[in-house]
Design a binder for this molecule. Structure first.
Ligand code: ATP
Ligand code: MG
Length: 138
C-alpha cells in the first residue's frame, strides 16, 4: 500500500466540488485515510510549495492557495501516487485527458482544482507537513 497527499484546491472547494471529487476518488478504490478542511496561511503555502520558490508563478500560486479553504486528504492504494496523478490529469487542463478531474473541473493552469504528490519522497514530506500519524487511518 502506498500513500499520497491530495488537495482539493480553493477553486474547487468554492464551486462545491468536494463531493464530486471525493466520489471519483472512492470509486477508484482509494481509501481516504485522512481528510480535513483548512485555510492555509501564506507561510504554510510557501513552505508547502518550496520547490517552486524560484518560479515566476510562485507568488501567484501561493496567493491563490490561500484565497479560500482547501481540503487535505491522505489517499491510500497500491501505486497511489501515480494513480492519483492519473485521476487528476495533466497540470494544464487544456492538456488533460477526457474524464480526468482537471479536464472536467479545472478553470486554468493555475486554478486546476487538485494537487497530488509527485514521488514517494514528496508524498512523505507533504503528508507529514499536514498530518500527524494519529490522524491517519489505514
Ligand atoms: P500540483 O503540484 O499542484 O499537484 P503539478 O505537480 O501538476 O501540480 P507543478 O509543476 O508542481 O504541477 O505546479 C504546481 C502548481 O503551480 C500547479 O498545479 C499550478 O496550480 C501552478 N502552476 C504550474 N505551472 C504554472 C504556470 N506556468 N503558471 C501559473 N501557475 C502554474
Ligand atoms: Mg507538483
Amino acid at each position: 500500500m502506498e500513500r499520497t497527499l491530495a488537495i482539493i484546491k480553493p477553486d474547487a472547494v468554492e464551486r462545491n466540488l468536494i463531493g464530486k471529487i471525493s466520489e471519483r476518488i472512492e470509486s477508484k478504490e482509494f481509501k481516504i485515510a485522512a481528510m480535513k478542511k483548512v485555510a492555509l496561511s501564506k507561510n504554510q503555502a510557501e513552505n508547502f510549495y518550496h520547490v517552486h520558490r524560484e518560479r515566476p508563478f510562485f507568488n501567484d500560486l501561493t496567493t491563490y492557495m490561500i484565497s479560500g479553504p482547501v481540503v487535505l486528504m491522505v489517499l491510500e492504494k497500491e501505486n497511489a501516487i501515480v494513480g492519483w496523478r492519473e485521476l487528476m490529469g495533466a497540470t494544464n487542463p487544456a492538456d488533460a485527458t477526457e474524464g480526468t478531474i482537471r479536464k472536467d473541473f479545472a478553470i486554468n493552469l493555475e486554478k486546476n482544482s487538485a494537487h497530488g504528490s509527485d514521488s514517494p519522497e514528496t508524498a512523505a514530506f507533504e503528508i507529514s507537513f499536514f498530518f500527524s500519524q494519529t490522524e491517519i487511518f489505514s
